[in-house]
Design a protein around this ligand. Structure first.
Ligand SMILES: Cc1cc2nc3c(=O)[nH]c(=O)nc-3n(C[C@H](O)[C@H](O)[C@H](O)COP(=O)(O)OP(=O)(O)OC[C@H]3O[C@@H](n4cnc5c(N)ncnc54)[C@H](O)[C@@H]3O)c2cc1C
Length: 389
């Protein structure tokens, strides 16, 4: 076999899995449907590394994400910064609250924060303004989490460059994995080629081109929107990423800010419906994102918009990522459904995929994330060993 592993999907999850596999000596092929790696949901991310403040992930899943943040801090940032610029700011995240009662409620509900170095620490409005004088609007206080941000565009470029330089990694672009022949441990490509490999990893996200039959019917569709803006010259620069209600702002070292907001859609029953929902959201994107963020940073109404983008954050019905095999020791490794934390979790996911390939162990995967929880769903077309992708 020419490859030890073939990875369907060249997003941040597939690329980190490829890197981790190359690091243990595997020969890897990444098959990516788009013109380039890291251009789907991963390009929509903000680079906020938020293991503890994410509303869906707590306990061992938050700790799994925190292990990934440690990999960024201790391994990836120092290593990548030797070759190119990679801004990583450990300055924390501020979650603003309209009332101190809301703050206390959220603080006592904040689970899984035992591993955080500080926080979430409650701050009064005065304390918040001392940290971030740019903030305005109607908030009584904030929780400060010890969560960093990374410049995502710089990170994606470094990830891509590193894989392109790696002789163990073959990258096949503009090519779809059409199906997986589990029995023969091979993928069938839309070019008609068949690629056999010791392991198959499905890192196809959970968007429009994800695995058919599984776990697509189990999805909720969430859309995230982003704007990169330059704040007016008279506005103090933000250091921390800040969120309040539906809006969030992540600063960049170059003085720009990323503004974002999240929309939960009615469940689309077909891809056509998904597309229509997408169109209707695009029409309101800029105004909605701006208004959501202007509630605590009114200067954004006077800011210059440099870039607009959006992406799906589809999640499994139980909200948890899907990692590992459906059946122990059989079939492809799934690494899907990372919701709003895929960038945060990717390095640790890559490590775990490499551990699975090297030793077969899934011990490091929190049980709520194990793909095997879906193993009662038979995704095979009747009478065949071929799984549609
Ligand atoms: C607006 C927004 C902001 C976000 N901010 C953050 C953040 O600050 N921090 C954070 O941690 N996360 C954030 N996220 C979430 C994060 O971006 C995702 O969780 C992550 O990018 C998922 O990566 P992925 O590799 O699973 O998916 P993707 O990036 O979608 O990659 C999947 C790839 O698979 C390819 N593919 C699919 N099917 C096939 C096939 N059959 N054959 C070949 N290729 C295929 C696709 O073309 C795609 O390139 C954000 C998301 C959005 C939308």
């Amino acid at each position: 076999m020419a490859f030890d592993a073939v990875i369907a999907g060249g997003g941040i999850i597939g690329c980190c899995a490829a890197q981790a596999l190359c690091d243990i000596g595997c020969r890897v092929m990444i098959v990516e449907a788009r013109e380039n790696l890291l251009t789907a949901t991963s390009a929509a991310g903000f680079g906020s590394l938020t293991p503890f403040s994410d509303p869906f992930f707590d306990g061992d899943i938050a700790e799994f994400a925190n292990q990934s943040v440690r990999l960024y801090r201790n391994n990836i940032v120092p290593e990548f910064a030797r070759h190119s610029r990679l801004d990583f700011v450990d300055e924390g995240l501020l979650q603003l609250f309209a009332s101190m009662d809301d703050l206390e409620e959220s603080r006592s509900a904040a689970k899984g924060c035992a591993g955080a170095l500080r926080g979430p620490n409650p701050l009064s409005r005065m304390e918040v303004l001392a940290l971030e004088p740019a903030l305005r609007g109607d908030f009584a206080g904030a929780l400060l989490y010890d969560e960093p941000w990374i410049d995502l565009e710089q990170l994606l470029q470094s990830v891509k460059d590193r894989l392109a330089r790696n002789p163990k990694c073959t990258i096949k672009l503009k090519t779809r994995v059409d199906s997986v022949d589990t029995d023969a441990s091979a993928v069938c490509l839309d070019t008609g080629e068949r690629v056999a490999a010791g392991e198959i990893v499905l890192a196809t996200g959970l968007g429009e081109t994800a695995v058919l039959g599984f776990p697509r019917p189990e999805m909720e569709w969430i859309r995230g929107e982003g704007l990169r803006v330059r704040l007016p010259a008279d506005s103090p620069h933000l250091l921390r990423h800040v969120y309040h209600g539906k809006g969030f702002v992540t600063p960049r070292m170059d003085g720009t800010c990323l503004l974002g907001s999240t929309y939960v859609l009615e469940e689309p029953r077909s891809i056509g419906e998904t597309d229509r929902a997408k169109e209707s959201i695009r029409a309101t994107t800029e105004a909605d994102v701006t208004e959501a963020c202007a509630a605590f940073l009114p200067q954004v109404r006077r800011s210059e918009v440099l870039r607009r983008w959006s992406g799906w954050r589809p999640r499994s019905r139980d909200h948890f990522p899907i990692l590992g095999r459906l059946v122990e020791g059989e079939g492809p490794i799934l690494a899907l459904g990372f919701l709003g934390l895929g960038v945060t979790m990717a390095p640790r996911v890559g490590q775990v995929v490499a551990e699975m390939v090297a030793t077969g162990t899934t011990a490091a995967i929190p049980s709520r994330m194990l793909a095997a929880r879906f193993n009662q769903i038979d995704t095979r077309p009747p009478g065949s060993g071929v799984k549609p992708v």
